[in-house]
Design a protein around this ligand. Structure first.
Ligand SMILES: Nc1nc2c(c(=O)[nH]1)N[C@H]1C(S)=C(S)[C@@H](COP(=O)(O)O)O[C@H]1N2
Ligand SMILES: [Mo]
Length: 309
């Protein structure tokens, strides 16, 4: 498609050797940082197809990506998910697909994975809190999963829900948001080829703290739209309620497209800081649509993006 970034580079070609060493230490190391439930030095590579997405972007290290997280079900500190998310049971896993679809039902992750092609997608991730990263995700297009279920013409939006497991998620005993974590997209956003369901990163199964075994990734929106550990996908006619919008609608809009011109009521969104750059990392200008405006700008033609923030 037009606007794809062109390159033959894979993350392993552009990741400095020090990161490899980091990563090997990590994998040989503590269970808290284990990569997925079968983690350990013998974990098989996912063998994801390399793609053109993300050429020229240098990924953050696996250590940065797996130790600086937002996953409030496991605590609100950036280090909490790495400490606690190992308790999440990720096998077996299924996603309930319901609402306006031809084939509603429970879709086993194993079965889903038999009928999709895993690709590596190196994407920028921009959190509404102003930090950013670059992550080499492994996943497949959400459109492929929606096609399996058969979207009916009356469907206009897609709603997502994270697992709610009080026994495994220490964070849900605090009523920070109205659990389970919920998100939503307009159908055309969900069908866009940039929108993926990710099952891994750095060519390994998804670490629990990053949303194992399967999470949404929508790179042109603030990170909170990219809901983790998805157990339900509903095709609906009306704009669905979402966790952060319910919490504070003026701060967190339904669209949440990255936009340097629409400040958060409590801080400017003009700049961001890349995780891993050290205490004195310089700020960089926030990119409109997180740098993906060429691909997705047309989805919002004619819309007031301040009002529809
Ligand atoms: N279920 C769930 N999904 C979630 C979150 C969360 O707290 N719970 N945090 C969101 C936020 S605010 C961000 S920035 C990203 C962070 O993804 P990462 O930890 O893989 O970098 O996950 C998003 N998905
Ligand atoms: Mo975030």
């Amino acid at each position: 498609m037009a606007g794809r970034y062109k390159s033959d580079l894979k993350w392993s070609d552009v990741t400095p050797k020090a990161d490899w060493i980091n990563r090997r230490q990590l994998m040989a190391g503590s269970g808290a940082l284990a990569l997925g439930s079968t983690a350990g030095p013998a974990v098989a590579s996912l063998g994801a197809q390399k793609t053109d997405w993300g050429a020229g972007l240098e990924p953050n290290t696996v250590e940065e990506i797996t130790t600086y997280n937002n996953y409030y079900e496991f605590g609100t500190d950036k280090g909490d998910p790495a400490m606690h998310a190992h308790a999440l049971t990720t096998e077996p896993w299924s996603i309930e697909i319901d609402g306006l679809v031809d084939q509603p039902g429970s879709y086993g992750l194993e079965d889903i994975l038999k009928s999709v092609t895993l690709e590596e997608r190196i994407y920028r991730l921009r959190c509404v809190e102003r930090w950013s990263m670059v992550v080499p995700w492994v996943g497949f297009e959400l459109a492929d999963l929606l096609a399996m279920a058969g979207v009916q013409p009356s469907a206009k939006y897609v709603a997502f829900e994270t697992a709610l497991r009080p026994d495994e998620m220490p964070g849900v005993s605090y009523p920070i948001i109205d659990w389970p974590y919920k998100e939503g997209l307009r159908l055309d956003e969900a069908m866009h080829p940039l929108t993926i369901m990710a099952t891994g990163l750095y060519d390994e199964p998804m670490p629990n703290q990053n949303g194992a075994p399967i999470r949404l990734v929508v790179p042109w929106k603030y990170g909170y739209k990219s809901i983790k550990s998805v157990v339900r996908i509903s095709l609906v006619e009306e704009q669905p309620p979402t966790a952060w919008n319910n919490y504070s609608a003026n701060e967190y809009g339904f669209y949440s497209n990255v936009n340097p011109d629409r400040d958060h009521p409590r801080w400017s969104q003009k700049y961001e800081r890349r995780v891993g750059g050290g205490l004195f990392a310089k700020q960089e200008p926030t990119l409109f649509m997180n740098g993906y405006a060429d691909e997705v700008g047309s989805l919002y033609a004619g819309m007031d993006l301040i009002e529809n923030h």
